[in-house]
Design a protein around this ligand. Structure first.
Ligand code: ZN
Length: 345
C-alpha cells in the first residue's frame, strides 16, 4: 500500500536540520497559547486553525502566502515559557520518529517587545531543547535566523547568537522573503559570525535564482544551503558544493507548498543526490506543511523512486551535515553503520 508507513522508516535514526519553531508548533498549543496570552487569532477551534495555517492544497502557492500562516502561529508566543514549551513539544514529536539530532531554528527578533527581551526568548527555546535532550537522548542545537527583509533585526540576531554560542546556539541563518536584500548585502553584518566561527546556513535558491546561492557561499561562507531548488541552473556551483561537502537542506513538501516546484515529480532532489551532493531531508515547517520527517522520506520513496539504501544514505547525510561536534557525530554514525552497514549505498 502506497500510504502505509513502513516500520523501518519510522525507526530509522534521523537528523532534522531545517525546522522552524514558529511553523512547527502543535495546533492545540497554538490555540492554548492564544487563549492564555489573550492573543486574537482568526480561529476559535482546531478546524478553523487548520484552514488558516495548514497549507495543504492551498492556492496561490507562493512563499508569501505560506509565510502568512506562520505569522499567525508566531503571534501567540509571548512569554519565555512559551518558547520552552514549543521547542520541547517539537522535540517530543520528533523523538517519536527517532530523530536523533534536532537543530531547531527561529528568528528571535520577530518576537521581541518591551515586555519580552531577546535573551529571554533565546533562553526559553534553549531550555526546551535541553530538557528534550535529556529526556529523549537526542542531540539538539538552536540556529538563530536573521531576517532578509530587515537588516537592523539581523544585526541584533547576530549579537544574540554570538552571546549564546557556547550555550546551545550552533549556527546562524538568513530567512524570510528572498528578493528584498541579496545575501551579499549582509556581509558586513555577518562579520561577528565569521570572527567567532559560528557555522552559517542560508535560505537560498528557494524562490530566487541560483545567484543567491552563489552569494551565500562566497560572501556569507555558508556551510549549508537551505532549499537550493535553483541550484540546478549552475553546474559549477553543484561541483563546488560536492567537492567541499556543503550540506543541502532539502524540504520537499515545503517546496511544493511555496510553489518553488510545480509538483514533486519535478523536484531536483534525485538529480542532486545522484551527483553526490550532501543532500539531507528536512521538514521546514511541520505544522504549516502538515508533515514530519518520516513523511518526507516516504514522499521520496513513493514519488521519486528512492529505495531503502538511498533513504538510509540521505539519513546519514543529515548526521554528516549537522553542526555538532565530531566525536558525537562519530558515535551516531558508527551505530548507524553497525545497524545498516550492509544496506548502505
Ligand atoms: Zn526554512
Amino acid at each position: 500500500m502506497k500510504n502505509k508507513i513502513p516500520k523501518w522508516l519510522i525507526e530509522m535514526p534521523k537528523a532534522e536540520l531545517h525546522c522552524h519553531l514558529g511553523g512547527s508548533m502543535r495546533l492545540d498549543t497554538i490555540l492554548d497559547l492564544a487563549s492564555n496570552n489573550h492573543v486574537r487569532i482568526p480561529a476559535k477551534n482546531k478546524e478553523e486553525l487548520i484552514k488558516q495555517v495548514v497549507f495543504k492544497n492551498k492556492e496561490p502557492k507562493s512563499l508569501q502566502a505560506y509565510l502568512k500562516g506562520i505569522k499567525i502561529c508566531e503571534s501567540v508566543l509571548r512569554k519565555p515559557e512559551d518558547f520552552q514549551r514549543a521547542a520541547y513539544e517539537i522535540c517530543t514529536d520528533a523523538a517519536k520518529e527517532n530523530v536523533k539530532v534536532m537543530e531547531l531554528r527561529f528568528g528571535p527578533t520577530n518576537y521581541a517587545s518591551k515586555k519580552l527581551k531577546l535573551h529571554e526568548i533565546v533562553e526559553g527555546a534553549l531550555d526546551g531543547l535541553k530538557k528534550a535532550e535529556t529526556k529523549f537522548n537526542m542531540y539538539t542545537g538552536l540556529i538563530i535566523c536573521g531576517i532578509k527583509t530587515n537588516m537592523r533585526a539581523t544585526k541584533r540576531a547576530v549579537e544574540i547568537a554570538i552571546n549564546y554560542q557556547d550555550r546551545g546556539v550552533v549556527g546562524f541563518d538568513l530567512a524570510g522573503k528572498e528578493n528584498k536584500h541579496s545575501p551579499k548585502e549582509f556581509k558586513e553584518i555577518f562579520k561577528p559570525i565569521f570572527n567567532n566561527f559560528l557555522p552559517v546556513t542560508i535560505h537560498a535558491g528557494e524562490e530566487d535564482t541560483v545567484e543567491s546561492i552563489k552569494e551565500a557561499l562566497i560572501h556569507l561562507h555558508a556551510k549549508r544551503i537551505g532549499h537550493g531548488v535553483s541550484l540546478r541552473e549552475n553546474p559549477k556551483i553543484i561541483k563546488y558544493m560536492d567537492s567541499v561537502r556543503i550540506g543541502l537542506e532539502v524540504c520537499p513538501t515545503s517546496n511544493i507548498d511555496t510553489g518553488s516546484i510545480s509538483d514533486i515529480s519535478t523536484h531536483p532532489v534525485r538529480d542532486y543526490f545522484y551527483r553526490g551532493l550532501r543532500v539531507c531531508i528536512n521538514t521546514d515547517n511541520r505544522t504549516i506543511s502538515d508533515t514530519n520527517l518520516t513523511k518526507e522520506y516516504l514522499l521520496l520513496q513513493n514519488e521519486l523512486g528512492f529505495g531503502k539504501p538511498e533513504l538510509l544514505s540521505l539519513a546519514k547525510n543529515g548526521f554528516k551535515a549537522a553542526f555538532m561536534n565530531n566525536s558525537d557525530r562519530r558515535k551516531i554514525l558508527d551505530e548507524f553503520d553497525k545497524k545498516y552497514g550492509l544496506l548502505l549505498k
